[in-house]
Each structure stands twice: as C-alpha cells, then as structure tokens.
Design a protein around this ligand. Structure first.
Ligand code: HEM
Length: 386
C-alpha cells in the first residue's frame, strides 16, 4: 500500500503520485505513518464533496499526518452544533471590516520590511526579510499581542508542530498563562483589536468561555503565520520561474488580486486538508466509501483537475477560473483567515512588483530550498536580487 504523505521530493504543485491517482484510481487507499489505512480524494468534485458533506466528521476523526496533539477544542476539529456556535461567535468579532481596516498597517509593515531589505542589500533572503516576519507581525497586530510579548506563543506553535507531548504540555501552560494575563489586561483597558472584540462578543446572550477564548487565540496565532509565509515565498519562487508572468504584473499591478488566486491554485500548501471520518456510506467517483473509513481531501491535485481547469499545469496570472480553487477549503470549515491571507498576499506582491520590477531569483534552480519540518511545506530561504 502506498505511503501517504507520498515519498519523494516535495513539489510546488501536487505530488506525481497524486496526479496519477486522479487519472486512474481517484480514491486510492494509502497507509499513514501511523500504520493506519486511509483514502485520498483527488478529483475536484470529490474533494468538494468531502469538504462540504455533513456525513463526514472532523470531531470523530483521529487520523493525522500533522505532528502534535489535536485539541478537540480547536474550531477545525469540531462538528456542528459545537462548531456552528463557536464559529458564529468568532466570526462576529473577526469581521471583513476588521480585516479591511488592517490594510494600512499591513502596507506599513511590508514597506518597513522591504526598506530594511534594501538597506541590507542584494542578495537578500526574501523568507527572512519578508515572508516570515510579515504574517507574524500582522497576526500580532490583529490579535492585539504586543510584538515583544509573543515568545510564549511562538514556543507553543513550535511545540504544537513537533511530536513531544511533554514539551507541548509545558508550552501550552506557558502560552495559556500569558494569554489569561493578556485577556485580563484587555478587560481592564480595551483596545481596538480582535482579542478585545472576542472578549466582549455576544450572540443572543451567548459568549465565549475562557477556554474557548484561549483556544481561539492559539488557533488564530498558529494558523495565521506559516500558511501565509509559505504561500508568499512559494508564490515569488513561481513568479521567478515565469518571468513573462512577472512582467505582466509589473506592467499592470492591477492584475495582482487575480494573480494571487492563480498562485493559490497553482501552489500547494500542505499535503492535504484535515482528514474526515466517513460517518455514513458515500460514493466518490462512483467508488463506495464506507462508514468508518478516513478520507484526506488532497487540495493541490484537485486544483489541477483538468475537468475544471483547462491545461491545469499552465501558470497564467490572467486565468479567469483560478478563483474556483479549493485552497481555502470549502463548507463549514472554510478558512476563517482567507480575507486576511488574501490581503497580506496582495499587499506584499503589489509592493514587490512596484518597488522591485527587476526582482529575480539568485538561484533559479529546478527546486526551491524546502523547509522540510514545515507543516505548510514552506521554504527555508529564497535568495533574491533586484
Ligand atoms: C495562504 C494562507 C492560508 C491558507 C492556504 C489556508 C488554508 C486553510 C484551509 C484549507 C482550511 C480548511 C481546512 C479543512 O477544512 O480541512 C483552513 C481553515 C482555517 N484557517 Fe486558514 N489558511 C490560510 C491562512 C489563514 C490565516 C491567515 C488564518 C488566521 C488569521 C487562518 C485561520 C484558519 C482557521 C481558524 C481555520 C479553521 C476554520 C474552521 O474550522 O471553521 N488561515 N485554512
């Protein structure tokens, strides 16, 4: 039985084994590192169904390919009605308006980071200068975490993505102690930030409990950084390998929002979305999948399904159907941070094409410098010159 995640080098798009499965065996049975068997959904329509069907449960699913413990109290691991209630409360505070209002701050953060990059001089590492620090600074800004206080939360993110239960317990205690103190401070002196909004949000008399507040803050802090950092550095790598597409953006930066969607389609974030446990028999591509089976929706390969995206391996910043990608998921677990991630990617890419029109990769080899410990399959470094 094939091992999943697939063996072999990482790739910007889907693994070759996933592409082959999509064509000939679209719901293959695979073996997970734990030894358990699971199935993959590889075709666009099947992945959509798996992400959107209430007959598939996150809460009952114990399989995982991501190291670290799975908290049943995280939004992403819940089913309705628990999920519905918590997501409604969090969404009342984490609104589109709050994200839009952040735009000037994101622009300032990007400008400052790029100014520093210029001072350091070319060649510079774009991962270190922009892709990693930008989302980290933005999430602190959004949540209302003073930058110089973020260390206990970082330690928690590091521990949560590595298999070491003891270290994770310790880091969770430290991060929780810090957050409880911060929550107390926000109660005493409210700020114009998401934590203050989460502390005071009410929905028909309902409100977030202290443990829910803690877990929501940790989830947003954890989910909001490596994802965007990985997507941004890989986007620049892809553009560096498609100079004609880069030039189109330089000539018309108004194309950046469309390019961001094509980059989300073209670039794979992790090996798969979270797995689901099938709680009632279903059919995928005519193949019966039975109650009790685990299924991983493989977003990267769904985003290259030729049935939906003609000539799927062609990277084209003007592709009209790019927005149909499933990179933010679908259904009740659709990425809560999608508007923020889009804003950050648009601001960063707009700044790069306008301020560094001659930007190029210093080492345009066939494979990027992968960070193999990153759950979002990010890059370790990306040397650029301009
Ligand atoms: C390019 C960047 C990002 C990508 C590609 C991405 C992708 C995803 C995907 C695919 C899911 C659904 C997973 C599933 O159903 O199995 C998800 C959920 C989620 N994302 Fe993101 N994400 C990104 C950035 C962010 C940011 C910036 C935040 C927060 C500030 C965030 C917070 C969340 C949360 C809280 C969930 C769980 C939602 C729920 O279960 O109801 N993400 N994300």
């Amino acid at each position: 039985m094939t091992l999943f995640p697939f063996e072999g080098p990482l790739s910007i798009g889907p693994a070759p084994q996933a592409v082959e499965a999509q064509a000939v065996d679209p719901v293959p049975v695979v073996r997970l590192p734990s030894g358990e068997a699971a199935r993959l959904a590889t075709r666009y329509d099947d992945v959509r169904l798996v992400l959107g069907d209430p007959a598939l449960s996150r809460a009952l699913c114990t399989a995982s390919i991501v190291p670290g413990a799975m908290s049943p109290d995280a939004l992403t691991n819940m089913d309705p009605p628990r999920h519905t209630r918590l997501r409604r409360l969090v969404s009342k505070a984490f609104t589109a308006r709050r994200v839009e209002a952040l735009q000037p701050r994101v622009e300032l953060i990007v400008d400052e980071l790029l100014d520093d990059m210029v001072i350091k001089g070319a060649p510079a590492d774009l991962v270190e200068c922009l892709a990693n620090p930008m989302p980290a600074m933005v999430i602190c800004e959004l949540l209302g975490i003073p930058l110089h206080e973020r260390d206990p939360l970082y330690a928690w993110v590091r521990a949560a993505t590595h298999v070491n239960a003891e270290e994770l317990d310790h880091a969770t205690t430290e991060a929780s102690t810090y957050l409880l103190d911060l929550i107390g401070r926000k109660r005493r002196s409210p700020g114009d930030d998401l934590l203050t909004a989460l502390v005071s949000v009410r929905d028909n008399g309902d409100q977030l409990t202290e443990p829910e507040l803690l877990m929501t803050m940790l989830s947003l802090f954890g989910a909001g950084q490596e994802t965007t950092a990985s997507q941004l550095s890989k986007s620049v790598w892809v553009l560096g390998h498609h100079p004609d597409q880069w030039d189109r953006l330089v000539l018309d930066p108004g194309l950046v929002p469309q390019a961001v969607e094509e980059l989300l389609r073209y670039v794979g974030l992790g090996h798969a979305a979270f797995p689901r446990l099938v709680s009632a028999d279903i059919e995928l591509s005519g193949i019966p999948v039975h109650k009790g089976e685990t299924i991983f929706p493989v977003l990267t390969v769904a985003n290259r399904d030729p049935v939906v995206f003609p000539d799927p391996d062609r990277f084209d910043v003007t592709r009209v159907d790019a927005g149909l990608h499933l990179s933010f998921g679908r259904g009740i677990h659709f990425c809560l941070g999608a508007p923020l991630a889009r804003l950050e990617l648009r601001v960063a890419l707009t700044a790069l094409v306008t301020l560094f029109p001659a930007l190029r990769l210093v080492d345009p080899g066939p494979a990027p410098d992968w960070n193999t410990t990153s759950v979002a399959c990010g890059l370790k470094s990306l040397p650029v010159a301009w």
